[in-house]
Design a protein around this ligand. Structure first.
Ligand SMILES: *Cc1c(COP(=O)(O)O)cnc(C)c1O
Length: 398
């Protein structure tokens, strides 16, 4: 069994992964953030305030919904969906954005920056910034701005400035670079709300702890409904925050298997996917040591996925650590399988899932029939598909 108490260590390492690989100017601010975060974590007043806003503003707890028709259709394990799609702004991202803005407030910062891929983290950040009266700038790859236009407009309506990043592949990696550059320059009054369980310490552990509310609730809910723990947890993995949020509270439960689903894009060939555990290797990118897609010279490879939120060359360090110990399994779904799952859940359950979450649903579709009817799957429905409607409509003739 994994020893969750031993990680991350004081240097933010999960075994050989994690750590803090940043320019000198960010070492001090990260240390300050780390100290303030751990103080806040132990402060009942901070926790009460966070609980209050998660409940009253974001809409927690989210239901653990028995997907009866999908279960019958697949004919195997009983399927539950953790409905993060029902949260305010439409995805799990707001759990973390809310935690971090309260921290920024505590630290006396006045300006917020963020990176975003599909735009869900940008929207969540713009939302909490508007709500607490912070200035907000969001960096987004120009290619992602095109394919997630709705979210760009939403952020602007919320009063955020959206900066389209035109460098490189014009997706998430470049947006993170620009956000880090901004942070180095403006760190005294600016907090960087990083959107996933990635980056330099303390981000991976802090974001995981803000997202573990997903797993904590799911655990309580399944025990109430079924009086047993689930057999399998399924979640999609971009940077890894929704997956680790669900997995973490179950890590010490031997009987609970877990599978993370990465973006298989057009298939597992170089530069055609974003499945870091298929063909990736250990390296350092954007502040942390983890599994990433790189060539033999350590150059980051371009990635491809129908889903902007999973389209990133590296994965959170805690997942790399869980992978090495075989505590969680990592697989992928191709664009094609994800789109099939997108339509299946829409038509059978009346729930249009985010393209990211559709990757997790694709794995449920593959696995449930191989399991018995007394077994239970919990699948994290990380977000809703409203943002993807235009993109999918373009791809497919209905
Ligand atoms: C951003 C996003 C993801 C991927 O990010 P993780 O940090 O891996 O969770 C998955 N689903 C949705 C709906 C998202 O918006």
């Amino acid at each position: 069994m994994v020893d969750t108490a031993s990680v991350p260590d004081a240097a933010g390492r999960f075994g050989q992964y994690g750590g803090r690989y940043v320019p000198e100017t960010l070492v001090h601010p990260l240390r300050e953030l780390e100290e303030e975060y751990f103080r806040a974590q132990k402060d009942p007043k901070f926790q009460r305030e966070l609980d209050y806003y998660l409940r009253e503003f974001c809409g927690r707890p989210t239901p653990l919904y028995h997907a009866q028709r999908l279960t019958e259709n697949l004919g195997g394990a009983k399927i539950y969906l953790k409905r993060e799609d029902l949260l305010h702004t439409g995805a799990h991202k707001i759990n973390n954005a809310m935690g971090q803005i309260l921290l920024a407030k505590r630290m006396g910062k006045t300006r917020i920056i963020a990176e975003t891929g599909a735009g869900q983290h940008g929207v969540a950040t713009a939302t909490v910034a508007a709500m607490f009266g912070f200035e907000c700038v969001v960096y987004m790859g120009a290619h992602d701005c095109d394919r997630q236009r709705l979210n760009v407009v939403r952020m602007q309506m919320l009063g955020a400035e959206v900066i389209a990043v035109e460098t490189g592949q014009r997706t998430l990696k470049e947006a993170v670079n620009e956000a880090m550059r901004d942070w180095v320059t403006n760190v005294r009054h600016t907090h960087y709300i990083l959107g996933t369980a990635y980056g330099a310490h303390p981000y991976p552990v802090m974001v995981r702890n803000f997202q573990r509310v997903i797993g904590d609730e799911a655990r309580r809910q399944i025990l109430e409904k079924e009086e047993v723990l689930p057999d399998l947890l399924v979640a999609c993995v971009g940077g890894g925050s929704n997956a680790i949020g669900l997995f973490y509270p179950f890590l010490e439960d031997k009987g609970v298997a877990m599978v993370g689903v990465e973006a298989g894009g057009e298939g597992i060939e170089p530069e055609k996917h974003a499945a870091r555990f298929q063909g990736g290797s250990v390296g350092v990118l954007q502040g942390t040591r983890s599994f990433l897609l790189q060539d033999e010279h350590g150059q980051i490879q371009s990635t491809q996925s129908v889903s902007a939120g999973l389209d990133y060359a590296a994965v959170g360090p805690e997942h790399a650590w869980l992978h090495d110990q075989s505590r969680a399994e990592y697989t992928y779904a191709t664009d094609e399988k994800a789109l099939e799952a997108f339509f299946k859940l829409s038509k059978i359950e009346g729930i249009i899932p985010a393209l990211e979450s559709s990757h997790a649903i694709a794995e449920v579709i593959a696995r449930a029939p191989q399991m018995s009817s007394d077994q239970i799957i919990i699948c994290n429905l990380s977000g809703r598909g409203d943002k993807d409607v235009a993109q999918v409509a373009e791809k497919i003739e209905l």
